[in-house]
Design a protein around this ligand. Structure first.
Ligand code: HPA
Ligand code: ZN
Length: 337
């Protein structure tokens, strides 16, 4: 009998990704190509030079490079190419559904029309659905280093693109920018029927996770690692089955955890938390979704049942219709024995 390989199992099992910034999938090779096309000179001489800069001591050091990279995106074609390149990677990883975050303010603040961004991304989403069989939803993320007024300005675009935007999120520099600063804009989004998610407890304290839950009334928490410092919070998240979209390789690169071997993912599962595995900004953090699963499984001894649970969690926590969820769950039948 052939020996069971967890790596093969991970590669083959159909997966969903729930925490992915499209600007964070910008591979250096594509960045140079698009910069050339737009006659923009990058501050780096080569792909290797650029990659060598991808060493971060914290979230802010990463964000500074990530926002700089995004500046070469100008035309609808650029946003299409960026998104399509991610979908091709997703296909290789057997992702069947993905929920993509984009940061409109990163682009509108440098004069790129909102329409250019959203049209490019959503055309790639349509093509991925028909050509690759990958379904997707778009999450419009507000930058928390900017104020709520700016978030409302971006939110106004939603009205013209209701068919393309499914949820709102909150990202960027966490410490000093708690969820409560964005209470009104999230309230409006919820009233308008949008799903809600927020980065919390990545670098910020457990109080920020409480705020995301109690004040923003989120459906999911992005990251949420620091929830584990508060037993009442663990209880709350587990009881209400609020999903955490955990990103192991991101956590190591941004020094949220010291070492993948010390990653709390297994502990989260033991606490009954609905944890999921995701890649966050794979072009910057050294791996797409399968790499996140494979490296983490090896580092903390995940079992086949852990992997299956994590995949199931992501299907349960996704913002799809009940019909699509059932269809996705059905695809797991061969992987459940
Ligand atoms: N945290 C906060 N903001 C971000 C991240 C992240 O991990 N990735 C892209 N924007
Ligand atoms: Zn993120």
């Amino acid at each position: 009998m052939e020996r069971f390989s967890l790596t093969d199992y991970i590669k083959k099992i159909p997966k969903a990704e729930l925490h992915l910034h499209i600007e964070g999938t910008f591979e250096p090779e594509l960045m140079f190509k698009i910069a050339d096309r737009n006659k923009i000179k990058l501050n780096y001489n080569s792909v290797d030079d650029l990659k060598a800069a991808y060493n971060f001591n914290n979230l802010q050091e990463f964000l500074d490079i990530y926002y700089t990279g995004a500046q070469v995106l100008i035309s609808e074609e650029d946003f299409y190419d960026l998104t399509w390149a991610y979908f091709l990677k997703a296909k290789e990883d057997n992702i069947i559904h993905t929920e993509i975050m984009f940061d409109p303010q990163t682009h509108t603040h440098r004069g790129i029309p909102f329409e250019t961004v959203i049209e490019g991304i959503s055309k790639a989403q349509k093509d991925a659905e028909t050509e690759l069989g990958i379904s997707s939803k778009l999450i419009m993320s507000f930058l928390r280093h900017l104020d709520q007024k700016s978030a409302f300005e971006i939110y106004d675009y939603f009205v013209h693109h209701k068919d393309k935007i499914h949820a709102v999120g909150l990202d960027s520099s966490e410490v000093g920018n708690p969820p409560s600063l964005f209470t009104d804009v999230f309230k409006k989004a919820k009233n308008d029927g949008l799903k809600i998610t927020a980065h919390a407890g990545e670098e910020g304290p457990p109080e920020y996770v409480w705020e995301a839950l109690d004040i923003l009334t989120v459906h999911r928490i992005d990251h949420g690692n620091r929830s584990l410092e508060d037993n009442n919070l663990i209880k709350r998240i587990a009881e209400q089955q609020i999903a955490l979209t955990v990103c192991p390789l991101s956590n190591v690169k941004l020094k949220v955890v010291d070492d993948l071997k010390k990653h709390p993912l297994k502990k989260m599962l033991e606490y009954g938390i609905k944890a999921t595995v995701n890649s966050d900004d794979p072009a910057y953090f050294g791996g797409y979704l399968n790499d996140n699963f494979i490296q983490t499984a090896e580092a903390i001894n995940l079992t086949k049942d852990d992997v299956l649970k994590l995949v199931r969690n992501s299907f349960e926590a996704s913002f799809v219709s009940d019909e699509r969820r059932a269809e996705m769950m059905n695809k797991l039948s061969d992987f459940s024995i």
